[in-house]
Design a protein around this ligand. Sequence first.
Ligand code: DON
Length: 331
Amino acid sequence: MNASSAGILSDDPEPLAILTAVHSRLIGERDGAVADYIPELAKADPSRFGLAIATTTGACYSVGDAELEFTIQSISKAFAYCLALEIYGREKVIERVGVEPSGDAFNGIVFDPHTNRPFNPMVNAGAITVTAMLQDAAGDSALKLILDRFSEAAGRSLVVCENVYHSEAQTGHRNRAIGYLLRNVGAISGNCEPAVDLYFRQCSILVTANDLARMGATLANIGQNPVTGRQVYSVAAVRDTLSVMFSCGMYDYSGNWILDVGFPAKSGVSGGLAGVINRQMGIASYSAPVDVKGNSVRGMAAFRQLSDELGLHAFEWSNYGSQYLRARAPQ
Ligand code: DON
C-alpha cells in the first residue's frame, strides 16, 4: 500500500486484502497461553483468531473469527473511564485515580506513594475505583448505565456472560483484596464489595472483534458512533481517555507499545485488543493466548503489522491524521 492512501479506507478495496494477509501470516503463531486464573476463560479455543477495522466513515472490514463472542475484560476499563470522566469531569476523577503509568502488572497491589491514589484507570486498582464512582453516580442502575453506553458505542445491544461473571466472582480474591486496600487508602468509601462485583460484571460483557472495532471507531470519531450518528461520549472525555490509553493501556508494555505501534490500545486477558487511530478508525483483534503481561500475542503482532502497513503510528510520516480524513470525509 502506498503512503498516499494510508488511513483512508472506506472506499478502498485494499483493507480486506491487508487484513487477510496479516491474519494468514499470524494464524500459525503458537506463543502465549490462554488465561486460566479465571477458570471459565480457560475454556477458550486458542486457534480462533479474528481481526476487524471500523472506520470513522462507517465502513467495517473483518477476517477470521471477528463475530465470535468473548468477554471484554480489561478493555472495559477504557470505556468505563470515559464514562466517569463525562459524569464527574476530569478534576474530580483525577482526585481519585492518577494518570501515570505504573510500570507494574495489571493486578499490581501498588499505589502512588505521593498521592496514595491508584496509578491509573487501566490497572485493576484504578479501574475498580472508576467502577465505584460509576456506582456512586448511578446506584442500582450502574450496570445498565455501563451496558447502555458500551452498546451505543458498539452499535448493538451487549449483555453480560453470566458464566464468566460467576467464575470471576468465585475466584477474584486478589481484586477483592485490592477493593479493601482502596477503601483503606480512601479511594473508595463505604463497602467496597458492590464495586468489585460491578467490576466483575463489567469485565464479563460479551463482545466480538467487530464490536470492539466499532467501539474504537466511536472514540476515533471523537465520541460519535460513525454508523448511528449518536454522540455516545463527550468530546472532552474521549480526549482524556485516549491520552491515558496511549500511555497506560498495555500495562508494563506501554512504553514499548508507543514506540513500536504508536496508537492508543487496550488489551483484555481473554484475548481481545482494541486500538484507536484518531479521526481514522478503530482496530480490534481476538486471539486468546496472552503473554505474561496479559496482552494477546497474535493481537499485538497483528496491530504491529497493520501499523506498519497502513502507516498508523501517530508520528509516522505517512500518517495524515485528522487533516487528511477531514478533507475527504463525505458531508
Ligand atoms: O480483573 C481481572 O483480573 C480481569 N477481570 C481483567 C484483567 C484483564 O483483562 C487484564 N488484561 N489484560
